[in-house]
Design a protein around this ligand. Structure first.
Ligand SMILES: *Cc1c(COP(=O)(O)O)cnc(C)c1O
Length: 364
């Protein structure tokens, strides 16, 4: 019998460093937010319209399995709706995966500069996170495989990765999968799939169909619906079955289900977002690359800019902030103190950021 005087969280919980979200404008101040990889073109107008249709019937529970959203996703992506699970954002699904497949004594493998939610969900499940060094900010398949032990149960891979923006070609993801034991779950988090332009990339759905130990996780947050909180996952039947046993019975609210279904079907809007992003991602990357600054090649809707030292990154951050541009510091949360992560925004935002960063670099 324990003699502690108050309730204690499970082991591991108090080792978790809380998630650090991107900064927002100070109250009463206007600023352009480029710190959370949100859409600069708003949401699909059809999604906005769909969201509003249920304002008069909020007393009714939604259909719990998000069927209408799964059917829309199945139709648009050519996937079996029975193998899709929706979540309250993809963070919800990452937590559920960890809860299902990790426990005390287990290990989960991830990249050192991988998405910062993976250590949180891993430790929340009582398991240990194993960080693997990258090769120049890109996932290193051999190093990931070398980190696998008999205790490994999950490999977390964001592709493209946040906050680096780098990606693994399909062949490399397949090589990673081929090197894993069949009892290890490979989680391919394709949060930025809509923005990838590289033609050797794959979202991961084909691998899910072929294998029994791969899931693909997706989100609507980066394509205009971050506030609605909608994520989804495509996986093998047995994983879907396990997740459906523990997810909240109504984990995606009705306005979100409707908005997500409309957004999925509005492929024209998605194409517009993608085109805008590709244009200004290329432009900003070219504009900033110089002797002083390095822009890591990105396939996402942000770029990671590296400065010669942490002091200059901090100066760039505060200069941008003073002039109304909020970007993301990645020292504390990601261990890259010389870097800043900048979301691709409007043309005005990109021109403003480029001008300021060039003058910071020049005044070095
Ligand atoms: C933004 C992001 C997510 C998730 O977001 P939700 O808003 O919870 O859907 C998941 N994975 C990565 C890598 C991300 O960058």
């Amino acid at each position: 019998m324990s003699d502690t005087k108050r309730p204690l969280p499970q082991p591991g919980i108090l080792d978790i460093a809380p998630y650090v979200p991107g900064k927002s404008a100070a109250p009463g101040k206007s600023a352009i937010k480029l710190s959370s990889n949100e859409s600069p073109l708003g949401a699909s107008p059809q999604a906005v319209a769909a969201f509003s249709t249920v304002a008069q019937t909020l007393e009714i529970y939604p259909e719990g399995s998000s069927r209408l959203l799964r059917e829309a996703l199945g139709e648009v992506h050519g996937l079996d709706p029975e193998r899709i699970v929706c979540g309250n954002g993809s963070d919800d699904l990452l937590h559920l995966l960890a809860q299902c497949y990790l426990g005390q004594g287990d290990e989960a493998v991830m990249n050192r500069y991988g998405f910062s939610v993976y250590p949180i969900v891993t430790r929340a499940a009582g398991a240990t996170i194993v960080m693997v060094d990258e090769a120049d900010f890109t996932a290193d398949v051999d190093a990931l495989l070398a980190a696998v032990t008999p205790a490994t149960k999950i490999v977390w891979l964001a592709n493209p990765n946040n906050p680096t923006g780098t990606y693994l070609p399909d062949a490399q993801v397949r090589r990673l999968h081929a090197g894993l034991r069949p009892d290890i779950l490979l989680v391919v988090d394709s949060a930025y799939a809509e923005y990838v332009t590289a033609d050797d990339y794959a979202t991961g759905d084909a691998l899910v169909t072929e294998a029994d130990n791969v899931v693909m996780v997706r989100t609507f947050s980066k394509m205009g619906l971050a506030a609605a909180r909608i994520g989804w996952l495509y996986g093998p039947d047995h994983v879907v079955d396990a997740l459906n046993r523990i997810r909240g019975p109504f984990n995606v609210n009705l306005p979100a289900q409707l908005a997500g279904a409309a957004a999925a079907r509005d492929t024209e809007f998605t194409a517009r977002l993608r085109q805008h992003n590709a244009q200004w991602r290329d432009w900003l990357s070219a504009e900033l690359s110089s002797n002083a600054l390095r822009v890591v090649p990105s396939q996402a809707n942000f770029v990671m800019v590296l400065f010669p030292d942490a002091a200059m990154a901090a100066r760039a951050f505060s200069t941008l902030m003073d002039q109304g541009f909020i970007v993301r510091e990645i020292g504390q949360s990601y261990g890259i103190p010389t870097g800043l992560r900048i979301s691709i925004g409007s043309e005005v935002a990109m021109r403003g950021v480029a001008e300021i960063l060039k003058s910071v670099a020049a005044s070095q």
